[in-house]
Design a protein around this ligand. Structure first.
Ligand code: SAH
Length: 366
């Protein structure tokens, strides 16, 4: 433990104690050092490049009751919606024409045949009209191996399923205690996704009530031992109508959740140089420059929101979600500028697969 912060930042295989030490740095110059190391490793590995994924929030209908989530089934304040196929296709066409290369379809979690087949139909429809030029990521929760297989065969290549926290007790604390919310089942779902041939993404919330820096160090080590291809993680954010709001007084101040969110990105980049890391919407929620700061800490993926404007206000996982009123065309033009201003380049017309995935499967990016 006698190594200096500078020495630790040259390493790429941190032990838990080292990660805790690096997550414990003070705000100011020490924090900046860690973030700069994240950017250095990004520049040397994937490069100073940003991939875009158009985000389609397909539906806020959800069968689950996660205590932290605004669209949980038991929240009566939510006006439920599901986008029409036409709305989804319009968003996909937009992403395709703008050269995004990739889409993410996210929704609450439903497990029934109608939903499963609806997704398969959309996947095929999108591929057909965009000439298979969009790579599609799904983020639709825990499903059976058969469902994951059906969607894979219908043309989904990537899947995002956050473990939320790798601390089992904390996981149980932020979820109802029943069969539908089970830590082992969530872990198992990640294994299934891997088996079905997806590029697998996971992630955690940062700054949950009662979460410690040791927990976050464990989360980083988990991504590595699971050989994860992509990570989306971001600060936990309050919402007035969720059960976890009873614990708001325990939360770290929001700037701290934000700062530690950036440290997590930088440390992940150091330890997993080739993976895709998203600059999450939650970062942007806590700081108007959150996206840029995430990229400058080592993230390489941005997900502009392509959900039709009237529906965005209904997909409120947490409070103060940004870009509720902006037209997608406008926000993507300004996004291009913003990315250039920080010395990065958006890669258009490219699938932007995780290089970690391409390397582990022996492929070369086409
Ligand atoms: N139903 C899908 C998608 C969930 S929403 C699934 O279960 O995977 C995507 C992510 O939003 C969640 O995995 C969670 O990490 C995050 N999220 C939900 N509520 C949040 C909150 N209050 N603050 C920050 N992130 C939140």
């Amino acid at each position: 433990m006698s190594e200096s912060i500078d020495e630790l930042l040259l390493k790429s295989n941190h032990k838990k104690e080292e990660l805790i030490r690096l997550l414990s740095v003070e705000p100011g110059p020490e924090t900046e050092k860690v973030l700069q190391a994240g950017l250095r490793v990004k520049a040397e590995h994937p490069g100073r490049i940003v991939y875009l994924r158009g985000l389609i929030e397909l539906s806020n209908r959800c069968a689950r009751n996660c205590y932290y989530c605004g669209i949980r089934a038991a929240n009566p304040m939510v006006e439920r919606y599901t986008l029409s196929d036409e709305e989804v296709y319009q968003a996909a066409d937009f992403a395709w024409k703008e050269g995004f290369g990739s889409l993410v379809i996210q929704a609450g979690e439903l497990k029934n045949k109608t939903f499963t087949h609806h997704i398969a139909r959309l996947l095929k429809g999108i591929h057909q009209r965009t000439h298979n030029e969009l790579t599609i990521t799904l983020s639709l929760g825990e499903q059976s191996a058969e469902t994951y297989r059906l969607w894979r065969e219908a043309g989904a290549e990537r899947y995002l399923l956050r473990i939320e926290t790798t601390n089992r007790q904390l996981f149980e604390h932020i979820h109802p205690h029943n069969k539908a919310h089970n830590f082992d089942a969530r872990m198992h779902a990640l294994t299934l996704l891997r088996q079905e041939g997806y590029q697998v993404g996971t992630g955690v919330m940062i700054g949950l009530p009662g979460q410690t820096l040791a927990d976050l160090a464990d989360d980083l080590l988990f991504f590595k031992t699971q050989d994860i291809d992509m990570v989306g993680m971001g600060p936990y954010i309050e919402h007035p109508d969720i059960p976890l709001s009873a614990e708001d007084a325990l939360l770290w101040p929001s700037q701290e959740r934000f700062r530690i969110g950036l440290l997590m990105i930088a440390l992940l980049r150091l330890n997993m140089p080739w993976i895709n890391i998203a600059a999450s919407t939650a970062l942007e929620t806590l700081d108007p420059l959150g996206r840029q700061k995430g990229i400058l800490a080592g993230a390489n993926v941005v997900m502009p929101n392509l959900t039709p404007v009237p529906n965005r206000k209904k997909y409120l996982l947490y409070d103060n979600k940004p870009n509720l009123d902006k037209d997608p065309a406008l926000s993507t033009t300004s996004l291009n500028q913003v990315i250039q201003e920080i010395g990065e380049t958006i890669s258009y017309h490219i699938a932007g697969s995780s290089m970690h995935y391409l390397r582990r499967t022996g492929q070369i990016e086409g």
